[in-house]
Write a protein that binds this ligand. Sequence first.
Ligand code: PGA
Ligand code: MN
Length: 476
Amino acid sequence: MSTASTRRTKIVATVGPACWEPETLRELISAGADVLRLNFSHSDRERHAKTIEVARVAADEVGREVALLGDLPGPKLRVGEFKDDVVELETGSHVLLTTEAGEGNEKRIPVSWPGISGALHTDDRVYLADGSIQLRVVAPLDGSVDTEVEVGGALASHQGLNLPGADTGLASVDSDDLKWVDFAVEHGLDLLAISFVREASDLKPVIERLDSLDSDIPLIAKIEKPEAADHAEEIIDAASAGIMVARGDLGIELPLSRVPVLQKRLIRAAGLRSKASITATQMLASMVTARRPTRAEVTDVANAIFDGTDAVMLSEETAIGQHPIEAVRVMDRIACETEPDLPYGDWLFGRTDQTGQDVGDSVAQGAVGAVYRLNLAALVVPTTSGRTARLVSAHRPKVPVLAISPHIETVRRLNVLFGVQPVLSEPVEDIRDLLDYCAALAARHGVAKSGDKIAITAGLPEQKLGTNLFEVHRVP
Ligand code: PGA
Ligand code: MN
């Protein structure tokens, strides 16, 4: 068992060819990756199945559970294949977006979606390759669209295509996504993210599919459409685990300059509802090629943490970058350096909704508050579903939260929550035994030492109130 990390912010690392070899994945986890994201927009089932297998072994070898997050593509439009995989689009040239099959080139970009000519009008803008390439529609034709390249650049096979403002009429979750849901259940994934959500009801098909498979994989709604930002509160309520501030697509679908304010608003909205938030995309983008990040990137990561994010995410940096391990180490260092200065005291009273009558939430807040008055070394939270750990984390305790559960799924899922160190425990029936066991685990995992005071929150099942017990315990 590895010793307790002092970092509270969680690191999500996207898996790709740059890190999916067993040795690299092991190093990635050792360096601090808490959640591994499998991006279902890339690679096939066999490849992802292999990654899952390798990741579980790697985590086992490192001695720390990690969460595996499956990311459903949703209705993201993509370009087809190019000869030699990449084309260079020249500024000022004309390019035809075509629904006809066949290989593309610098004059002709295949797009498999038949609705494209109907959805676009003269002078609409089309963005490619994460918005780095901009096209202007000259004329929609029958089955194709004539465009002029306003901002040129390199475009690779299968890169994304954004039509901001256009109503594509595509379902948020289609049959391909549902097959990935089946895959996620079959392979025991720990979290599922849903792309391009527009409103809360877009999560329904996934929730129903999971129900039909008797699965309760927690959901993360990716906020990357203006409609989603407008409906953020309902979406957060509907997404059992929380949200991702998906700045990549958000910054194309909305003016880029609105991203910082939205990021703050979304993280705050998730916090108010005691749900997790992941801040994503381009956090250390220069590290795709460079060994060191820019000052601006380091500051961006730190600022997301000050905004109250639970987790910071790496995408290309770890999936296809040249320095995947170093990128995780850099994030780890930024988080550790930033966290002592977070406004824990303000967060205790202002971060979450204070109006509800929820017993578990009230006990959680009481426990987090007691840390200051009683000088507690740690909070220990025995949890079945993980709910109590989430409620405690939402109040942002200044000390480690050891979440213990006899359910391996719960342990893994909790890896996305700020400040929570999840560990697998024995099932303990008797409540007195459980409290003693909690104190022993706190010592064993290095969050408290003999003589320290800790607080334990737990639920007495017969009361049916959830977490209703709070005990201060001296570690023997
Ligand atoms: P993606 O989502 O990497 O799947 O596109 C994140 C984002 O858009 O920021
Ligand atoms: Mn996206």
